[in-house]
Design a protein around this ligand. Structure first.
Ligand code: ZN
Length: 413
């Protein structure tokens, strides 16, 4: 998306504040000999270095802070599975802006002050619960601040208080769906909508929850480093998520080269905060895989859209010069009749060239060779390269309860 003048002037302002007050950015700019004043036009923006989660960890505990201590009203922290956590300080304005964005999300989902929102994500250092809560209060709806777990109590509140909106992760929403069905509570609950914030969750899961609870779902996105959940949400069209481009600027880059990609192409989402005071971030690499959707949405909302999150860019492999993401293969196989969802990719070198073999499973009687040919054609069409395909009978590929290893790269062994 083209950067507009207003966004650029907010970025210049952010740069000035970062250079003046943020230890993190002072060091980063010094390293490459950059001054805030060097960024004079929107084209200069590309000169700014990316920030990565590892950089943010090195700023532990409070080197990201870009305001005096007395301006900070709260901190949040992202729980890293490895290494130091990242601490994000918030000013009064940051907290207000986040509530404003979250309120817009609820409105996008058609939620009003008459609704009762049962909030099941966790409260505390993590941003989820508090974000759902602040947006709800800003909207004027009734918050039922449950926090996670205690399914018994959740169901009791759902029935007795007649909550109309469920705020949850996709996995917890699925668990509640199964419990509601199992206990025959479908007629006793008053839920109409679900606002679901999660990492990648499948269309199948979406359909299961919607059908199981008889509600309409909305996919909400965000991350602690950039406020928290609420920077974008899907609309009634179910075709991408609108993001609040007066608070955040989005770019999509090739994760391997860092090159900015045109709208419509898949790559890594990079976010710049436009108004954040406590810990502004410039060109933050999210490692989330998506694309920007060109054109306007039939729902009439003027804010631009990104596609649903397809997965993590860390899972990407480069074959014959083309970036391939396992989630693309997932999607592709869903559309090929006669395939199960299981697959395995084997990468080898043939001379100096890459060779890719895609192993799939057939779940119908019939010629494996014919299925192989159909997968090969679908792959060429969707991803653009020719590969070998090997079709196997159902159950031939390994399954594991945890994350199945789907890519075996023997090229550099
Ligand atoms: Zn829309």
């Amino acid at each position: 998306m083209q950067m507009n003048e207003k966004q650029f002037s907010m970025i210049q302002d952010t740069l000035r504040r970062a250079q003046a007050h943020s230890e993190f950015y002072q060091a980063k700019f010094r390293e490459i000999g950059l001054e805030a004043g060097d960024i004079r036009t929107p084209e200069d923006f590309a000169k700014l270095p990316f920030a990565d989660k590892a950089d943010l960890r090195n700023a532990y505990p409070l080197k990201l802070q870009a305001v005096p201590d007395e301006a900070v009203v709260r901190i949040h922290s992202s729980s890293g599975t490895t290494g130091m956590p990242v601490i994000i300080p918030y000013t009064r304005k940051d907290v207000d802006d986040w509530a404003e964005m979250f309120m817009r999300c609820y409105r996008m989902a058609g939620i009003t002050e008459k609704d009762r929102i049962q909030i099941t994500p966790g409260y505390g250092l993590w941003t989820a619960g508090i974000g759902f809560q602040a947006g709800c209060e800003r909207l004027g709806a009734m918050a039922v601040p449950m926090g996670p777990g205690n399914t018994e109590k959740q169901l009791q509140m759902m029935v007795d208080l007649k909550t109309t909106v469920l705020g949850a992760t996709s996995s917890y929403a699925l668990l509640l769906t199964e419990e509601v069905q199992h206990r025959g509570l479908r007629d006793k609950i008053a839920l109409k909508k679900g606002v679901i914030g999660s990492e990648r969750w499948s269309d199948k899961m979406w359909a299961t929850i919607e059908k199981g609870l008889g509600i309409e779902l909305f996919d909400i996105y965000g991350l602690t480093e950039i406020y928290g959940p609420g920077i974008s949400i899907s609309c009634s069209q179910k075709n991408g998520l609108h993001y609040w481009d007066d608070y955040v600027y989005f770019e999509i880059i090739d994760p391997a080269t860092g090159q900015v990609l045109p709208d419509g192409e898949y790559g890594e989402l990079v976010i710049t905060t436009l108004q954040k005071e406590g810990a502004p971030l410039l060109r933050y690499r999210t490692h989330d895989l998506t694309r920007l959707l060109p054109g306007s949405c039939p729902c009439g909302c003027p804010h631009p859209r990104h596609d649903r999150i397809l997965g993590r860019t860390d899972d990407m492999v480069k074959v014959k010069g083309v970036n391939i993401f396992p989630s693309q293969i997932d999607q592709l196989l869903q559309k090929v009749e006669g395939c199960t969802s299981e697959y395995q990719v084997v990468l080898e070198k043939e001379g100096s060239k890459d060779k890719m073999c895609l192993r799939v499973e057939s779940d119908v009687e019939g010629s494996l060779a014919e299925l192989e040919e159909r997968v090969r054609r679908a792959f060429k069409l969707k991803i653009g390269i020719l590969i070998e395909v090997q079709a196997l009978p159902v159950g031939a590929l390994p399954r594991s309860e945890k994350k199945t290893k789907r890519v075996i790269d023997k090229r550099y062994a």
